[in-house]
Design a protein around this ligand. Structure first.
Ligand SMILES: Cc1cc2nc3c(=O)[nH]c(=O)nc-3n(C[C@H](O)[C@H](O)[C@H](O)COP(=O)(O)OP(=O)(O)OC[C@H]3O[C@@H](n4cnc5c(N)ncnc54)[C@H](O)[C@@H]3O)c2cc1C
Length: 386
């Protein structure tokens, strides 16, 4: 194992903070540079709109980092069922018991995951947190990468890991291009409080206007996800919570319980993929390298797989020159991320297609998958990262 090697991590979101913590636990000396540091949320605060479905593999990584146990029980929901269907057709049903698993995954707020990671980083002697800081410049030589921060501080390291999100300023400083397109759709997130106990099934209905999804949250909370045109989302955003509830009752798939709208917000959907994952001694991870249509909740899970891959290489292939090591990382992660992006696009486009034949094909795929036994379970295990 390499000891006392310095690494700069830019961006302390879920991906950057996990990267920094796992590397620190391997003995690396870490500098985290974060523009907007994580604030510790209050245990009884209302649920934040930004929630993610975490795969079992992602949970395992957070356990490896020692922070899974720190997520408060009342902010974490395990789900045992996942259902998806094309409007007016049969459901494709996944059940954890069929897979011999306790759960299919977990739903939690992004800010809580980030917060427990930051609390653990603060306890590490070999981590320096540079809060409210950005990079001014990056210079590279054969043996080192040197950055200047906006307080003029200069840091030299063996490796720079950029985890500064979809609009990565580091990626731009490195002059790494992206391929990108706008989905011409937005996603409305609506937090509700229901009149029934905690649910354990997440579902998604595909419609011509885009998917509608239900994500259970801890206790009697839930997140509704409504994909639609930017015009429609703008109209929905202009409604107050009572008007929005009425609109949900009219237009959203039927909910089997009473509820109140607590919070709402809209997010544009853009697909981006970096044309290269590294340059010299700087490497991209998470949303800095790729953003994906969130319809299957894979974004941060892919980012965590990037983390696992780079960590394994840095720990187990430390004899490789850095350029070869980073090439291996790119060769391992780029095709996988591209495949997942493309798979999500096929689902997204076919659900919006007005062509009967395309929608029939999608229905056939869902019907075939439901009746495919082992194959269905294999698909689910792949999505769970197992
Ligand atoms: C509507 C929606 C729903 C989603 N649902 C899911 C889901 O269910 N499951 C899932 O797996 N994924 C989901 N995703 C995707 C997931 O949210 C992202 O993949 C994930 O947040 C990316 O994490 P990250 O750490 O790479 O980037 P970010 O979360 O964007 O973090 C980047 C960090 O870098 C910091 N930063 C930014 N610029 C700079 C700078 N110049 N210098 C220093 N620091 C900087 C930021 O402050 C932030 O802390 C969803 C996304 C959307 C939009």
């Amino acid at each position: 194992m390499m000891k006392n090697r310095e690494i700069i991590v830019v961006g302390g979101g879920m991906v950057g903070a996990l990267t920094a913590l796992l590397l620190a636990k391997q003995g690396f000396v870490i500098h985290v540079i974060e523009k907007n540091p994580a604030k510790s949320p209050l245990i009884d605060s209302p649920f934040d709109l930004r929630v993610s479905a975490f795969s079992v593999q992602s949970k395992n990584l957070l356990e490896q980092a020692g922070v899974w146990k720190d997520i408060p029980e009342n902010r974490l929901c395990a789900y045992q069922g996942l259902q998806t269907w094309e409007v007016g057709s049969n459901k494709l049903i996944f059940d954890s018991t069929e897979l011999g698993m306790e759960t299919l995954g977990y739903i939690a707020e992004n800010r809580w995951i980030q917060a427990v990671l930051w609390q653990a980083l603060e306890r590490q002697d070999n981590v320096t947190l540079h809060e409210n800081r950005e990079l001014l410049s990056i210079e590279q030589s054969d043996n080192a990468v040197t950055v200047q921060l906006d307080n003029q501080q200069v840091i030299e390291a063996e490796l720079l890991i950029a985890c500064d999100g979809a609009n990565s300023a580091t990626r731009q400083l490195l002059d790494i291009g992206i391929t990108a397109w706008d989905y011409r759709q937005q996603c409305m997130l609506i937090n509700i409080k229901t009149d029934c106990a905690e649910q354990n099934i997440t579902w998604q209905e595909f419609r011509e206007t885009g998917p509608c999804a239900f994500l259970p949250l801890a206790d009697n909370n839930a997140s509704l996800v409504w994909y639609h045109s930017p015009e429609k989302i703008k109209q929905l955003q202009s409604l107050n919570n009572i008007q929005l509830k009425n609109q949900l009752l009219l237009e959203f798939p039927k909910l089997s319980f009473n509820f109140d709208v607590i919070d709402k917000g809209a997010f544009p959907l853009t697909r981006r993929h970096a044309q290269q994952y590294f340059k010299g001694r700087a490497v991209l991870l998470g949303d800095a390298a790729h953003t994906i249509n969130p319809l299957a909740g894979q974004g941060v899970n892919l980012g965590f797989k990037d983390v696992q891959c780079l960590l394994d290489l840095l720990v187990h292939s430390s004899d490789l020159p850095m350029n070869k090591l980073l090439k291996r990382y790119e060769m391992s992660r780029k095709p996988h991320n591209l495949l997942m992006q493309s798979a999500m696009d096929i689902f997204y486009k076919s659900s919006k297609s007005k062509l009967g034949v395309v929608r029939m094909l999608r229905k056939a795929v869902l019907f075939g998958a439901e009746h495919s036994g082992q194959l269905k379970n294999k698909v689910m295990k792949y999505a769970m990262g197992l």
